[in-house]
Ligand binder design. Structure first.
Ligand code: ADP
Ligand code: MG
Ligand code: ZN
Length: 424
């Protein structure tokens, strides 16, 4: 790629107004500009977008950015436009656009005005789009949220598995940049294999979130748990928090209970229509409610920096989910309290949810659940276990910010043996 000779720092300042790079950003950007395949693993909030946005602005042609969620795409494009004086520097192309809008996007692309085009994987499956992209000068392809490729990830999307095939049709030589906030070693190798990255340079940032406090509580009877939660929230009056539950009904029930206890709260789940969902999400973002009680349908791409607590009413189905969901607290670097209630009954519920799946999937699911159970029952530093899960070693004996370090105890009290053993 031919790149104009300005320093990266100048370019950063010119395009984004920032004075310095964060973490690995500069090294990553240099690697991308050299035309090599690049794999970026950086926790949420680390600044992944800039890693492809700056090179896109500095390279000839347009960068295609694959993103899984249509709602996220619009946010990203709006954000880029807010930095730039030219609206057509970034566009998105997905099923929400009208014919006239598509025509405008295409003409901006053809005339070379657009430096970044966000696309859904579905956009790339359409032959007319492939034919159009073939004729364009493309700088590189960025695959955001690349963990969606892997069944071992927390948000598998089958269409993501066909990306290589699509890229092959557009231009097999194109450099690929894969980015994700979540990659256990298994997910990492899935991504490299599936996108057929060519001896990629891999940049891994630490997954440690030093400002988050982790605690697991044995889950007692329902009314006691609710009492516990209400008490906790009253102690954090006026702060924003998320409560995750396993099923839709519980989100409504819990939200009602909180409201009855004087806590402003709403439920959020995939069974609500999209207007209601968007409305409730806005209420949470704008602090018209303090607490949102949600299924895992809530959260991806939600960028509220000052969420002060995340409560898991049920144990999540994998440590990966746990890390992502708890990770939505304390994004501003200030306090984030992560409470998780754990009972054997909830483990059985998770197992029950998989009952109709093929054996191979149930095996995979059981393994993920068992890892979470081991975490919950462990008396080892929570941070150490989480980081180990991501292939990272936590140096130090006592993190000072988890229940096991602060209040060492024998074991979490649960009845029965909690691990799942599948019957073939
Ligand atoms: P990620 O995709 O890794 O979760 P984002 O790309 O959304 O993270 O960036 C998180 C925040 O960090 C954004 O508000 C972004 O503007 C900010 N940011 C990124 N790079 C820098 C930088 N070099 N200096 C200051 N802020 C930055
Ligand atoms: Mg991102
Ligand atoms: Zn600890």
């Amino acid at each position: 790629m031919a790149v104009a000779k300005v320093s990266l720092l100048d370019a950063l300042h010119e395009h984004f107004g920032f004075d310095s790079f964060k973490g690995n950003q500069e090294k990553i950007i240099k690697n991308i500009l050299s035309g090599k395949d690049t794999f970026v693993i950086m926790p949420t909030g680390g600044g992944k977008s800039l890693c492809y946005q700056l090179p896109a602005l500095m390279s000839p042609g347009v960068a295609l950015i694959v993103s899984p969620l249509i709602a996220l795409m619009k946010n990203q494009v709006d954000l880029i436009r807010s930095y730039s004086s030219k609206d057509n520097v970034a566009h998105f192309l997905n099923s929400t656009l009208t014919k006239a809008q598509i025509k405008k996007v295409r003409s901006d692309l053809t005339s070379g005005k657009t430096k970044m085009l966000y696309v859904a994987p579905e956009t790339l499956t359409k032959q007319e789009n492939i034919d159009f992209f073939k004729e364009l000068e493309i700088s590189f392809i960025a695959v955001d949220e690349a963990h969606c490729i892997s069944e071992w990830g927390h948000d598998f999307r089958p269409e993501y598995r066909r990306l290589r095939e699509m890229i092959e049709m557009i231009n097999p030589e194109l450099p690929i940049i894969a980015l994700t906030a979540t990659a256990t070693p298994k997910v990492q190798s899935d991504i490299v294999k599936n996108l057929e990255l060519r001896t990629p340079e891999i940049f891994i940032s630490s997954f440690n979130r030093p400002n988050l406090y982790y605690e697991i509580r044995a889950k007692r009877k329902k009314d006691l748990v609710i009492k516990d939660i209400v008490k906790f929230i009253h102690q954090h009056k006026g702060k924003s928090g998320i409560i995750y539950t396993l099923n839709r009904k519980t989100t409504e029930e819990l939200a009602d209970m909180l409201v009855a206890n004087g806590i402003k709260s709403v439920a959020y789940h995939a069974g609500l229509d999209s207007t209601t969902r968007a409305g409730r999400q806005d209420m949470f973002l704008h602090e018209d409610v303090e607490v949102i009680v949600a299924t895992i349908a809530f959260g991806m791409g939600i960028d509220k920096p000052d969420v002060r607590f995340v409560i898991h009413y049920n144990i999540p189905k994998s440590l990966e989910n746990y890390y992502q969901e708890t990770g939505r607290s304390g994004r501003d670097g200030l306090e984030g309290i992560c409470l998780c209630f754990y009972s054997y009954k909830d483990v059985q519920k998770l197992e029950h949810l998989m009952r109709d799946k093929p054996l191979s999937e149930r095996e995979m699911g059981a393994q993920l659940i068992n890892e979470t159970v081991a975490y919950a029952e462990s008396s080892v530093c929570r941070r150490k276990v989480i980081l180990h899960y991501f292939g990272e070693k936590y140096e130090g004996e006592n993190c000072g910010k988890c229940d096991n370090c602060l209040h060492p105890k024998e074991k979490i009290e649960v009845k029965n043996r909690a691990f799942i053993v599948l019957k073939a």
